[in-house]
Design a protein around this ligand. Structure first.
Ligand SMILES: Cc1ncc(COP(=O)(O)O)c(C=O)c1O
Length: 384
């Protein structure tokens, strides 16, 4: 049996696809030549190098076309964290933003970056109000911007990785435009899962990470709108049009583009299938597991891949993730990026600070099945 079928179908049930996804075998196939015979440095002028350069520029064109952007607006990076760090730091250092407006439920790639800048007195930091369903309050954004004498950077994630809420990126961007603010959106959970039309979206920076849509880890993109001029983010060689120095992650870049192409080609089919799984799990949970609550806006503006569930706290449910793990079920207590930290999720704390509940995030991919949902429900029923 091939490795990818073993991983997806044998003993484990993997319901943590918002943390990362399995590599698509077709993506690996596209990457393989660049891990083996096509090993040249893309900056070398002889044929080995030229092959690599061509692969990178072909990948850039393909990514740009899918996102309806210009190839010159796409920069390859090491992933979502680097892309957000770059966008935020550039807005402060190069674009004159002295005020950052964000929300308390952003990913740590954003939160820790803006907190660091604030701690160094480089910016004033404001957090927007949240609505009871976990959406950010766009009226509050307008209020904060209208009373900001300084040029502002607004940084809001397109979709929340823990509760799945989706921002109306056009509405937020239009408010920013009205007040001349720079707008960055962490789109790590939506690139590869939703269509983008960047030429017609009022946003200056967006981000993406290959491993969230069956591509490789350690590669991502930063989109920088062509009207935004920033200085290089890593100094050294002339890679990425002098903006990000260092020999490129050639096979990663090829894999990123291939994964995005596959996700785009199958978007409608996958969305319908995965939405069906999420709906099914919601229905089964409501019917069979007493006392549960869903977090966020799961039936409204929400990722079809993410379902955040709070269970009543009992001795058994307190050990929920551990108990699920014993049954070979992979799920997450919040952001995977904080697993190991014992503070719990800052997102859940901000929207539903109920000490008598235990929260688990289930996140799905095209490889999950209803049978897996049934198995998980039975085990949850035992635990809860
Ligand atoms: C919303 C969001 N932003 C940023 C990141 C970080 O991306 P990466 O792991 O590629 O640095 C993640 C990954 O968990 C994420 O879910």
């Amino acid at each position: 049996m091939p490795w990818y079928l073993k991983v997806e179908q044998m003993d484990r049930i993997y319901f943590d696809n918002a943390a990362t996804t399995s590599l698509d075998p077709l993506v690996l196939e596209a990457m393989m030549p660049y891990l083996t015979e096509k090993f040249g440095n893309p900056s070398s002028i002889y044929s080995y190098g030229r092959e690599g350069r061509l692969a990178i520029e072909t990948a850039r064109k393909s990514v740009a076309k899918i996102l309806n952007a210009h190839p010159a607006e796409i920069f390859f990076t090491s992933g979502g964290t680097e892309s957000s760090n770059t966008a935020i730091n550039s807005a402060v250092n190069d674009l004159g933003c002295g005020h950052i407006i964000t929300s308390s439920i952003e990913h740590h790639a954003t939160l820790h970056t803006v907190e660091y800048l604030a701690s160094r007195n480089k910016i004033k930091l404001s957090y927007m109000k949240l609505l009871p369903d976990g959406h950010v309050d766009l009226d509050d954004l307008r209020l904060l911007l209208s009373s900001s004498p300084e040029k502002a950077l607004v940084t809001l994630m397109h979709a929340n990785n823990e509760i799945g809420n989706i921002l109306d990126i056009n509405a937020a961007g239009n408010i920013c435009k009205e007040f001349g603010a720079i707008f960055h959106s962490d789109t790590v959970q939506t690139v590869g899962h939703f269509p983008f039309d960047l030429r017609n979206t009022p946003v200056h920076f967006i981000t993406g990470a290959g491993h969230k849509f069956h591509g490789p880890k350690g590669v991502g993109i930063l989109y920088i709108n062509e009207n935004v001029k920033i200085s290089p983010f890593i100094h050294g060689g002339g890679q990425e049009r002098n903006m990000r120095a260092g020999t490129e992650n050639l096979y990663g870049i090829v894999g990123f583009a291939k994964a995005l192409e596959l996700a785009t080609a199958n978007y409608e089919k996958d969305r319908v299938y995965i939405s069906g799984l999420k709906q099914y799990m919601m229905g089964q949970l409501s019917e069979k597991v007493p006392g549960i609550e869903f977090n966020g806006d799961p039936e409204g503006r929400s990722l079809y891949t993410v379902l955040s569930v709070s269970f009543p706290k009992t001795e058994k449910s307190e050990m929920m993730l551990f108990n699920l793990d014993i049954h070979h079920i992979c799920a997450s207590g919040g952001s995977a990026c904080t697993s190991g930290a014992d503070q719990g999720s800052h997102v859940i704390r901000a929207i539903n600070n109920n000490p008598n509940q235990v929260t688990v995030r289930f996140s799905f991919s095209k490889h999950n099945t209803r049978e897996q949902v049934d198995t998980v429900i039975n085990i949850l029923n035992e635990i809860a």
